[in-house]
Design a protein around this ligand. Sequence first.
Ligand code: ZN
Length: 375
Amino acid sequence: MYPSGREDILTMQRLQPYLLGYERYMIRPGDSYYGIARRFGTTVGAISVANPNADPRRLQVGQYLTVPLGFPVVPTDEPFTSELLSLCIEGLTARYPFLTRRRLGTTAYGRPLYLLQMGQGRRRVIYNASHHANEWITTPILMKFIEEYASAVARGGRIYDTDGASLFRRNLLLAVPMVNPDGVDLVTGAIEEGSLEYERARQIAAYFPGLPFPEGWKANLLGVDLNLNYPAGWEQARENKYAQGYDRPAPRDFVGLAPLDQQESAAMARLTRESDPALTLSYHSQGEVIYWKYLNIEPPGAEEIGRAFADSSGYLLEDTPFASGFGGYKDWFIREYKRPGYTVEVGRGSNPLPLSQFDSIYQKNLGILTLGLKL
Ligand SMILES: [Zn+2]
């Protein structure tokens, strides 16, 4: 994926504005926002938002502007990889400087774990996606929401049925759009056959010939199922999964050697502890179901909120089945904080879900994603 020769570098330079969704433009004599907007097929408003420190009445020749191009940053018609996510994050934070990024850490193989933050409010919420590798469709769902929310805030418009600016004032949204970038890259083909990473994964999968490879891969590249790695009935999860034969690193269902022994789950736990969120949403696929409990713990207000999520999406609100009811992020959050935390299982079919489901999944979840900030 990285350029090697001079030709490749030139191609990358030409392509980059289209990948990032903006150009860096140097002001020339006689330029105005209006003229620049016309030339790049964008709007004066978009240029103003992207350059909060520039004064359109006092443009300096030689000064650089960020010029957003006239199309959305987040693609919804191609498989997501960790590299595509980095490009989208760079593109969105350039367009919307009030959206900021932070690195929560890295994976065992060195891929960054990104956090996106937006809002001025004291009420903090954590949205996360792609704990499971072959559920990567949840990453563009969350990223598309962030783009539309940021756009609503920037233009003073609405997201779903709500004024974006009022959500922005009330909340600080903390979004981790790809908890498991190593695993996602394996499933979406960014890790090529023959590479060291690929061959290590294949060795792990060789013990489980019944699982399709790499499409059946849910774990991180060390073979730990991140959503079974949290300290909430972890020993019970281990007992359940060992009994099913997942007693070693595996494409799915191996709980790890200890709770939070993986960098990805440890980073999520750290973020949660330092931000003390009022609510969390964890995106998974598939089944069109919302889970809201851990054991018999029913956090105050959680059922009502869950009902509202179910009403707006058409999904079912259900208790978690015993066999998968332990060791998840949602389980840990509810156990630890006794506050509303949800797992949303989007779409129908077998994972990885095809992108042909993207639009319908997004439409069904826009209400949930907005409501989570509205409560
Ligand atoms: Zn999942």
